[in-house]
Design a protein around this ligand. Sequence first.
Ligand SMILES: Cc1cc2nc3c(=O)[nH]c(=O)nc-3n(C[C@H](O)[C@H](O)[C@H](O)COP(=O)(O)OP(=O)(O)OC[C@H]3O[C@@H](n4cnc5c(N)ncnc54)[C@H](O)[C@@H]3O)c2cc1C
Length: 495
Amino acid sequence: MPLRSDRAAPDVLVIGGGNAALCAALMALESGATVRLIEVAPREWRGGNSMHTRNLRCMHDAPQDVLVEAYPEEEFWQDLLRVTGGQTNEALARLVIRASSTCRPWMRRHGVRFQPSLSGALHTARTNAFFMGGGKALVNAYFRSAEALGAQIDYNAEAVRIELDGDRFVAAHVRHSLPDGSAQEERITATSCVLACGGFESNRDWLREAWGVNDYGEHPADNFLIRGTRFNTGTIIANLRDQGADLIGDPTQAHMVAIDARAPLYDGGICTRIDAVSLGIVVNRHTRRFYDEGEDFWPKRYAIWGRLVALQPGQIAWCVIDSKAIGRFMPPVFPGVRDQTLAGLANQLGLDADQMLRTIDEFNRGCRPGRFDHTVLDDCSTEGVTPAKTHWARPIDTPPFFAYAVRPGVTFTYLGFRTDDSTAVHFAGRPSPNLFAAGELMSGNVLGKGYTAGVGMTIGTAFGRIAGTRAAAAALGRDGADTLKIIEERDRAAV
Ligand SMILES: Cc1cc2nc3c(=O)[nH]c(=O)nc-3n(C[C@H](O)[C@H](O)[C@H](O)COP(=O)(O)OP(=O)(O)OC[C@H]3O[C@@H](n4cnc5c(N)ncnc54)[C@H](O)[C@@H]3O)c2cc1C
């Protein structure tokens, strides 16, 4: 039974409650539009993956408040080009990069505070501006500001279907979860709409289908953990896909990190990452190594290890270090399994102790003498060992020994809506006049694959602000082509 709404239809309906949605809502409000924002999570879990973040990547030509030295447009672009292997839209990528140099005063005006990079935070003092209080504080500040500007906010409200007239948004069908466990539906009309409700990483059935069955007869996705919110189930991506929206991105591509196997299924956040890989070795269930643990600096490699572990039998692996590594990496929340002997360690892990001794003996014998230095690509490598460890290879011989079980941790998926610099959702190549998309659910336009730390929030901020401005213009009958000028003016006014 539809819930009859006694509220007037807003100019702009925003679906989602993370960074992209809030940036869109704030810009629409500043443009003079009325805004209603629909967040599926309860208030205490609002903010999606954005609440787990720490920073955003920013271009700058000279030192800027919390950012040291310079990080010019060309270097940012080359970084993006490298990690995506060219699977990126240059015009949209450059738009994001440029927007990152001017958005922070506006963010501050809405209550976000910045702080210098934390030590141990993946060498990001030059490239990334850190949020004081993390993403949770950012999200709280934006909600406060949006409320002060008059946004109507609904929690426990899930958009389940978008009603279209051709390529034009008409209404969202929203399910309100009520405190007594029941649900009521509401049809919310609005003059325009911004979709900013994340990827589909929390939809375990969809992940299962996308990843299929591996050579061991397993469904690998059954063993994935989700680093962020449980609420990004891709409902609206699937709904609009079925109604002919143009999609971009491969459903099996996702940002995946090897995380502590003891992490919770959802919302473990950043503290579950295991950062000891480059200081030791990683073995699979057969107690065999399977990849070069020292291929490159950890900040450039941590995001490939989730996928590497996903390809192993049982989707589990163990990072093994000796006491020489202690103090050289950010300690995880839970202590590792510890033993005075390698055989004892293997027994505690339930691994074959004889094979563990063989694997480590072979590795240790392959380590060539060198000058260990974890801050450079040093000359400590192996010889005659497959796979080789090309840097920071030192024998694992100094007790006590430690091990951390790791599993694939999905950060976010890349499948989403194909768009252009207006952020309009496209249908058969044509932009919708009043339906826009921002954030994770269109990040595939910039990130065909790969990732560089902090770019998720940069994408959400840039496109969220454009989507909100466009949606307000569409609702108020203004010229949407002026969007970038409007944003520039806001940024100048906020300095
Ligand atoms: C642990 C972790 C750490 C990260 N650290 C960083 C970092 O430091 N820097 C960085 O740039 N990126 C980081 N990321 C990536 C970053 O979180 C995302 O790129 C970014 O938050 C995406 O913003 P968004 O607004 O598109 O999505 P989200 O923040 O995920 O917001 C989606 C919102 O939509 C809501 N929603 C979903 N479905 C519906 C529906 N049907 N109806 C209504 N509401 C719905 C959700 O509840 C949520 O509020 C991190 C991610 C994780 C998981």
